[in-house]
Design a protein around this ligand. Structure first.
Ligand code: GDD
Ligand code: MG
Length: 411
């Protein structure tokens, strides 16, 4: 892969955020000497071997809720073989057992490719029991099962990746139409880790474009409606502390992102679609040194956030516009409710939400649920219980659903 080195960065305490990096070649071939074609050192070349090496230490978590099987299959096709794939499904099991259909699709791909895929259902009672006994009960609903939500699925995936001993963790949505785009994201995660070695690296993808039909023509939009707002507010939050206006954050809502397992286990998680914006907020809370209760250990560990601009267009399943406003509100809520947010920025957020018709002038934006970092959970207990449903046999297709669970309606 050939990738531009970042042209700028912002620093706040131990956090270093790099500017967007362009890709110049998706595959630069094997053992290419670094800087081979760029004497000025503006572009770095990462040999394919290095990419594969990192992929073999990476788990890719694929959250699924009721997606078309063809899309899920395409996503699996796009994920490079060395990665361990962890599918966390929250698809309904009644009246049609969608989860069973997903498993069949996955099993088929595994048979043909020898892929390593681990599949779990978000409502599996054994998973709920593992969380309960490991002392992580906030994630359970009033029925005692894991709550709905993409972030909740991501948390499960993170723990499974930890259990399986992976060093890097990436996320890819399951409703992507282009296997080639998925393939590109994973290679870019690996490139980001190669360029930013260390235990606290975050790689976030900014889509080059998102195709839409406008007046019967294809139009390649650059920014989603939600990203524009969350990037703007996150940049404002950052500039409140650096004193310089900035546009460095371009990936406030990046569903496609990857991070070292060590960092993933140290971050608090916001629920639902607020999860990605809260990554920035929580990293600022824990690693900027601004809050008085900052753990001194955090300040000795540099957190590097790389932002990479992908080349493939991003085309995913269109699910209607209703949830965009909720997505914006949820993202902004993470900024609004952090102790780091100054009053003038809160007023700015209020004004934006009133103008968009999301809330009335006298209303206050509700906080989103935040789960504590996974390093607070008893991993040994969690693992012990999960081993009931996950045989830890490396190299084999692993499915969590035992026959008796298949007949049990859990949703
Ligand atoms: N396990 C699980 N549990 N997965 C879920 C759940 C759930 O409750 N809800 C949704 N998913 C899966 C979907 O199947 C999809 O693969 C992925 O999570 C993202 O959900 P979408 O509904 O497709 O979200 P989106 O396309 O509107 O938003 C995406 O892009 C945003 C940036 O523009 C998401 O990745 C957002 O998180 C991201 O901020
Ligand atoms: Mg989607």
């Amino acid at each position: 892969m050939r990738i531009e080195i970042p042209r700028e960065f912002e620093r706040i305490g131990a956090v270093q955020i790099y500017g967007l990096q362009k890709i110049y070649e998706l595959d630069a071939g094997p053992e290419t000497p670094a800087f081979a074609s760029d004497k000025d050192g503006l572009v770095r070349c990462i040999p394919s071997e290095d990419i594969y090496e990192i992929e073999s230490e990476m788990a890719i978590v694929v959250p699924v809720r009721n997606e078309r099987l063809k899309l899920l299959e395409g996503v699996l096709v796009g994920i490079p073989n060395p990665c361990l794939v962890i599918v966390v499904s929250n698809s309904p099991r009644e009246p049609v057992d969608r989860f069973h259909l997903e498993q069949e699709t996955i099993e088929n791909i595994c048979r043909l490719t020898g892929k390593k895929v681990l599949v779990v259902h978000q409502k599996d009672p054994v998973v709920a029991k593992a969380f309960a006994e490991a002392g992580y009960t906030d994630i359970l609903d009033d029925k005692g099962l894991v709550r709905n939500g993409k972030a909740e699925g991501m948390i499960m995936g993170t723990l499974l990746a930890r259990m399986m001993g992976r060093k890097y963790l990436g996320f890819v949505d399951s409703d992507n139409y282009f296997p080639g785009a998925v393939h590109e994201y994973v290679r870019e995660y690996a490139a980001g880790f190669r360029l930013n070695e260390g235990d606290h690296t975050f790689v976030r993808i900014s889509w080059h474009s998102k195709p839409k039909i406008v007046e019967s023509e294809l139009y390649f939009a650059k920014w989603g409606r939600s990203s524009i707002q969350s990037n703007r507010i996150l940049n404002k939050l950052l500039s409140c502390y650096t004193g310089f206006e900035t546009e460095i954050i371009k990936t406030g809502n990046a569903g496609e992102h990857a991070l070292t397992l060590d960092l993933a286990m140290n971050l608090d998680y916001a629920t639902g679609y607020a999860v990605e914006s809260y990554h920035f907020v929580n990293i600022f809370e824990k690693f900027s040194g601004i809050l008085p209760d900052t753990d001194a250990n955090n300040m000795s560990n540099k957190v590097k956030i790389a932002q990479i601009e992908s080349r493939n267009p991003h085309l995913h399943q269109h699910k209607g516009d209703e949830h965009v406003e909720h997505m914006i509100a949820a993202s902004l809520s993470t900024v609004y409710h952090t102790k780091l947010c100054p009053e003038n920025l809160r007023a700015d957020i209020d004004e934006l939400l009133v103008t968009r018709g999301y809330q009335s002038e006298d209303a206050t934006l509700a906080p989103v649920r935040v789960y504590p970092a996974l390093n607070k959970l008893n991993l040994d207990t969690f693992t012990e219980i999960m081993e009931e449903i996950i045989p830890m046999a490396p190299g084999e297709f692993i499915s969590s659903v035992k026959p008796e669970l298949k007949d049990q309606a859990v949703m």
